[in-house]
Design a protein around this ligand. Structure first.
Ligand SMILES: Cc1cc2nc3c(=O)[nH]c(=O)nc-3n(C[C@H](O)[C@H](O)[C@H](O)COP(=O)(O)O)c2cc1C
Ligand SMILES: Nc1ncnc2c1ncn2[C@@H]1O[C@H](COP(=O)(O)OP(=O)(O)OP(=O)(O)O)[C@@H](O)[C@H]1O
Length: 315
């Protein structure tokens, strides 16, 4: 997949690009709805003998359009989004830097420069796609703004339980710890990349050594609690049980720092500094404050057994 990063105003010549069928959207998560949109673009490109393309933005428009202090947490940070979209067989990927000058373009200017100007012959987007300043351009205004330079396909709403599958809904589910439900809407287990860092080294003393994982600030960590997980270490997947939380049994409330730690089954290697991927399968319980180490250890033992039983069913 050929990747272009565009800063407004871009200086790509139309003649530098082949005829494109382009899917439009932010595509955080590359969920089942997005897969439908992108899959349609790939299919149309094949039919028309054109190349398939996806155009997305970075960072999330909400960072530029107002809610300044709100840090957006991504289901798929850009690198992961690129990887997922490439797997769908897309030929060209455009990331437009979402700056205030780009956001100020009116719908016709956006279409002229970023659609017609990039040699797009067919656009694919969902029923609720909007473009241009204040999102004034919609799929209804697209024929007018197209100047007959391209045709388009509107993808119908993909629903689950009579509700649109959306990035917002998946973020909400992850924030509620509903990782299994989120995974269903994503079409794959939810995963996050991170680095193994040093913890307090208490885990091995209580019989449950854990890999403490530091994740990028911008990626979404599910709600605190205990989860059945798989961890990828040096290209190999292992089963484990993960605690996301503040370890209230050991830490005072004023020391609140979120930790993500995985007790990996049948694993004894030292992996500090390794980059790992965690896939979350199901939430087993919420984090609790225990009266003593013994009660915590007994509970972790039960968590481990539950995770083993759950993950066994998947194999
Ligand atoms: C499966 C699992 C469940 C856990 N549940 C809790 C919990 O409910 N409450 C709590 O205070 N700590 C919980 N912990 C965290 C332990 O307190 C933690 O692993 C221990 O303090 C070691 O921390 P360290 O790796 O920083 O040394 C859990 C850990 C694991 C692996
Ligand atoms: N469930 C869906 N069915 C059909 N099209 C969809 C669906 N979800 C998103 N799309 C389309 O996919 C593209 C990317 O959409 P976008 O990035 O806004 O995702 P979203 O899931 O709707 O996000 P948000 O929750 O932020 O609204 C757009 O063209 C959008 O219309």
């Amino acid at each position: 997949m050929k990747i272009y990063t565009l800063h407004h105003p871009h200086n790509i010549e139309k003649s530098d690009l082949p005829p494109l069928v382009m899917a439009l959207g932010f595509f955080d998560g590359v969920h089942l709805g997005h897969q439908q949109v992108i899959g349609t673009a790939v299919e149309k490109a094949n039919q028309q003998g054109a190349k398939s393309a996806v155009m997305t933005f970075d960072p999330h428009p909400s960072i530029v359009l107002g809610h300044k202090h709100k840090q957006v947490q991504y289901i798929t940070p850009l690198e992961e989004k690129i990887k997922r979209i490439e797997l769908l067989g897309v030929d060209y990927f455009f990331v437009v830097r979402f700056t205030s000058s780009f956001a100020a373009l009116n719908p016709q200017e956006f279409i002229d420069s970023y659609i017609i100007g990039l040699n797009v012959r067919h656009v694919v987007a969902g029923f609720d796609y909007t473009y241009g300043r204040l999102g004034k351009g919609t799929m209804e205004t697209l024929p007018f703004h197209s100047r007959e330079a391209f045709t388009f396909t509107t993808v119908e709403k993909l629903e689950d339980s009579e509700e649109k599958i959306s990035s917002t809904r998946i973020r909400q589910l992850l924030n509620e710890g509903e990782v299994a439900e989120a995974s269903r809407l994503l079409g794959r287990p939810y995963e996050v990349k991170g680095t193994v860092i040093h913890g307090d080294k208490r885990g091995r003393k209580i019989g449950f050594p854990t890999a403490n994982i530091e994740v990028e600030q911008e990626c979404l960590v599910p709600q605190s609690g205990v989860y059945a997980v798989k961890v990828k270490i040096k290209e190999e997947w292992y089963n484990g049980v993960c605690n996301i939380g503040y370890r209230p049994t050991f830490k005072n409330p004023d020391e609140r720092s979120l930790s993500i730690e995985v007790h990996i089954f049948d694993f004894k290697q030292s992996i500090y500094g390794e980059e790992v991927t965690v896939k979350w399968y199901t939430r087993l319980r919420g984090e609790q404050k225990f009266d003593g180490i013994e009660a915590l250890v007994a509970q972790i033992d039960r968590d481990k057994q539950k995770a083993i039983d759950y993950l066994k069913k998947l194999d």
